[in-house]
Every structure is written in C-alpha cells, then in structure tokens.
Design a protein around this ligand. Structure first.
Ligand SMILES: C[S@@+](CC[C@H](N)C(=O)[O-])C[C@H]1O[C@@H](n2cnc3c(N)ncnc32)[C@H](O)[C@@H]1O
Length: 247
C-alpha cells in the first residue's frame, strides 16, 4: 500500500463523514425517527456493538473469585476505539469500566460524541480525539475496536492498518469487514446507477478467505491468531466481526 493512496482515501472519507454525511450520521446514531431502511441499519449496528462488546467482555472481563461478574468487568482495561463516529460503542465500553481513547477523522462527529457523552462514567472514562486512528502517538492499549471504520478502505489498506495496530495492542483486536456476498455485490451494482453525489464513500467488500490468508501471512501478525468470526445481517446492514487474539 502506498502512503499516497491511503492519504487520498482517508481524505475522501474525512470529507464524507465531516461534511456530506455528518448530519445524517448524527441522526442515524440518535433515537430520532428514521426511514424504514435506516431503521434496519440502526438495528444491525446495535447488534454489532453488542456482539463486539460481548466478545471483549468474554475475553478480558473480570470475574470475582466466587465466579460472579464484577459490576464493572472491564475496569482498568484500556481500549482504542478506532473510527469512533459519535461514540456509541465507546460509551458502552466505558460503562463497563474501560478506559477508552476514542478517535475519529471527523472533528464534527467528535464534537457530537463529546456533547452526548454522559458526565459520569466512573470507573470507566473516555477521551475523544479528532485525528487518524493509525497515529502511533495515541499510544498502547489492551484492546482495539474498529467497528465499520476499515470497511471504506481497499482490502490491502485495511490489512496494512491491522498490521500497523498490532504492535500497539497487547491482547485483542476486533475489527469488522463487509463480506463479499453475491447479494451485496448486486446491491452495490444497483447503487452505482445513482448519481455520484448521492453516494457515500463506497464500502469495499472483502472475502473472508482472502482476509484469513492475508492475516496468516502478515509478518506483523505472526503472534496473533484468529478467534471468533460472526456476520450480522439486518435489512440493509451487513457486516462481519473478526476477533484477533495475541497468542
Ligand atoms: C461507518 S462510520 C462508523 C463509526 C463508529 N465506529 C460506529 O460504528 O458508530 C466509520 C468512521 O470511521 C472513521 N474513520 C475512517 N478512517 C479513519 C481513520 N483513518 N482514522 C480515524 N477515523 C477514521 C470515519 O470518519 C467514520 O466516522
């Protein structure tokens, strides 16, 4: 992947989420009424957040010696929420005690996230920061969550991003990708008939077998193994979560 192609794509994504779609995205991620199509997307996204938070909880959550889950099972776990949008997942995790650094390219979405963030998440916390999720200055974390943020990049770019995260993450990475299914490819082909201005920056579907092979062969991921993989499909929302665990 050349830096040039990554920066070019990143700038298209930033301009889409910070300008073209900022208000639509703010609405989609609120409780305000939305169309039937968007309601299915909202429901699918909620199911995805629950799945990802549940996996993190299973993997890193803490139980008392008597087997009971703690009130805040992710207490003291540090998480990078990469491409956090308006912060829904970050809030879910902080409510379970995680210390979250939530970052997004769009300063507008970060401002919405800050405005919506509950004041007291103690013992959890969130620090929101506008910028590139790949910036190494963000530091090291126990876990990475990248929900639907790598889906806008070419497979090679998404893979390079996962490899770049790896040395900064101690235990678990959960990322999503859009699976390359015949139905989805047909829907995207129809979408291409609409005028360009109506379109979001296209998601780039990825085949699971390609991704598995790329992960197995990536030098930066030699001490990582693939854990659970699960697709969420609800109406117009389709995305697959994949878990990577440091072995
Ligand atoms: C489809 S939205 C998902 C937002 C959030 N994860 C959620 O699921 O609600 C994708 C987000 O990823 C962000 N994003 C994409 N590339 C990024 C990058 N390189 N650094 C930071 N954020 C990025 C976009 O700005 C956008 O807000």
């Amino acid at each position: 992947m050349s830096d040039h192609s990554y920066f070019q794509r990143r700038s298209q994504i930033e301009s889409y989420f910070d300008r073209t779609a900022a208000e639509a995205w703010e609405r989609l991620t609120s409780d305000a009424p939305v169309s039937g199509v968007r309601a299915t997307v909202r429901a699918g996204r909620q199911a995805m957040r629950e799945l990802m938070a549940g996996w993190l909880f299973d993997r890193l959550g803490r139980q008392e010696p008597n087997g009971q889950w703690r009130t805040h099972p992710l207490e003291a776990i540090t998480v990078l929420d990469a491409g956090c949008g308006t912060g829904l997942l970050a809030v879910d995790l902080a409510r379970q005690g995680a210390q979250v650094l939530a970052t997004d390219l769009s300063p507008k979405l970060i401002a919405v996230a800050q405005r919506r963030c509950p004041h007291d998440l103690s013992p959890g916390s969130i620090c929101f920061e506008a910028g590139d999720m790949l910036d190494p200055r963000l530091g090291r974390f126990d876990a990475l969550m990248a929900m639907d943020s790598l889906i806008h990049y070419a497979p090679e770019q998404a893979m390079a991003a996962i490899s770049a995260f790896a040395p900064r993450i101690r235990r678990s990475m959960i990322v999503t990708f859009v699976p390359r299914t015949p139905l989805l490819m047909a829907m995207m082909a129809v979408g291409r008939l609409f005028p360009r201005s109506d379109r979001s920056p296209a998601v780039v579907p990825m085949s699971e077998s390609w991704l598995r092979q790329a992960i197995e062969q990536a030098p930066a991921l030699q001490d990582w193994k693939i854990g659970r993989v699960q697709r969420i499909s609800k109406g117009f929302y389709t995305s697959t979560a994949l878990e990577l665990i440091r072995s």
